[in-house]
Design a protein around this ligand. Structure first.
Ligand SMILES: *Cc1c(COP(=O)(O)O)cnc(C)c1O
Length: 396
């Protein structure tokens, strides 16, 4: 019998839906033409690309010409930050972000710091929330951009973006949000939510890897990302990834029509998983916000446990999880997000992120919790720290 694999790492990437693959296939084979070419068959492909752009624009409540396709979420984040820093350098050199952003944002900001820009990294509370008042206090006369993520990829916390956007606009500052985790999971209306720029990625919502987007409000002047041909209104040159974009459009179409039912299913299973873990595994911390969080995310810290050993043993049991972020895998430093929410180093090391999907079943969840419980017990039984702790009566 084939070994069953339970995939609980949907925040790292998702499976491409068969309907998406089907929509993409012709653009690798009989419709391989360059959509920028002049002959008729090429024009038909360009029309399909535009249809995908319209689907996505409808989903975000913006205009199609405000949607720019890129090579993914990291690329969009880099563009937003460096592109605005460059376009507004005569207006100022100060950027506001948070301490829990994805590395695509954090490292782009650090790059700018080396080039004469000044960056404020805002603290978050114990649930991973950015305080809009702290954003307001950080604004200075030379602030050009606020970039705060929509939802965190490790602990799932959904940030008060609408309020942050309102404050940004009151002070004449642009607001960008990395919505890679939220897009397709939470209803987003960029106009209503005061968002000037937004990054998203196809592979986090059952689309293909290597394609993403940035929504850029039409009134904004931003430096071009890639110089070359006239694709993406000349802002992001390079032969159009027709198959990828059309697949992205299909993924969004499906995500839009299933958003509510997916949310309900995931919430029910996630909540079941969390209550079982918290009831059955002692000395465990549930990370993130109780209610303001992504429906598919559960994040834990198990005391007296090494996250890496935990992942290895889960893997042997056929369960794919993560220690927090795929980008941190292989690194011995605890996650910057867990440290920012006030987890002490030794507790942050025992972290586990499980992100489910609409395909996850109750059986999967119960199997995972059963295994997890046994593994945590086994690992703790080998820990001298745990032994000491129990000898002292199990209290701090
Ligand atoms: C995955 C992710 C990214 C990076 O997106 P890619 O398309 O993989 O480059 C950026 N931000 C967040 C919050 C993410 O979860």
């Amino acid at each position: 019998m084939e070994k069953k694999l339970i995939y609980m790492d949907n925040a790292a990437t998702t499976k491409v839906k068969p309907e998406v693959v089907e929509a993409m296939m012709p653009y690798f084979t009989e419709l391989f033409y360059n959509p920028s070419s002049t002959y008729g068959v090429a024009g038909e492909i360009a029309q399909e690309v535009d249809k995908a752009r319209e689907t996505i624009a409808d989903f975000l409540n913006c205009e199609a010409r405000e949607v720019f396709f890129t090579g993914g979420g990291s690329e969009s984040d880099n563009w937003a930050i460096k592109g605005i820093a460059d376009a507004r350098k005569d207006k100022g050199n100060h950027i506001i972000t948070s301490k829990i952003e994805h590395h695509a944002v954090t490292h782009a900001c650090q790059f700018l710091e080396k080039n004469g820009y000044e960056v404020t990294y805002l603290d978050v509370d114990e649930y991973g929330m950015v305080d809009p008042k702290a954003v307001e206090s950080a604004i200075k006369s030379n602030t050009i951009l606020i970039t705060i993520m929509f939802a965190n990829n490790e602990i799932g916390t959904i940030e008060p973006v609408k309020e942050i956007g309102r404050i940004a606009h009151e002070h004449g500052v642009l607001f960008h949000t990395d919505a890679v985790q939220a897009f397709g999971h939470v209803a987003i209306d960029v106009k209503e939510m005061n968002i000037d720029m937004l990054s998203a990625s196809a592979h986090k919502i059952n689309g293909p890897k290597g394609v993403g987007l940035m929504y850029i409000n039409k009134s904004i002047r931003i430096s071009n990302l890639i110089h070359g041909g006239g694709q993406e209104r000349g802002k992001r040159a390079g032969t159009t990834n027709a198959a990828g974009i059309i697949g992205f459009g299909k993924a969004v179409e499906i995500a839009a029509s299933t958003l509510e039912e997916r949310r309900e299913h995931e919430m029910r299973l996630r909540n079941h998983m969390v209550s079982r873990v918290m009831e059955e595994i002692p000395y465990t911390k549930y990370n993130g916000h109780k209610t303001e969080r992504l429906s598919n995310n559960a994040s834990f810290c198990f005391r007296f446990i090494e996250g890496e050993s935990l992942l290895l043993m889960l893997d042997m049991a056929g369960i794919c999880g993560s220690s927090g972020s795929a980008c941190n895998s292989g690194s011995l430093d605890p996650s910057h997000v867990l440290l920012a929410i006030g987890c002490p180093h030794e507790i942050a090391h025992g972290s586990l992120r499980l992100t489910i999907s609409e395909e996850t079943t109750l059986e999967d969840v119960d199997y995972t919790v059963d295994k997890l419980k046994g593994i945590v017990e086994r690992l703790r039984s080998m820990s001298p720290l745990y032994e000491d702790f129990i000898k002292k009566g199990g209290n701090d």
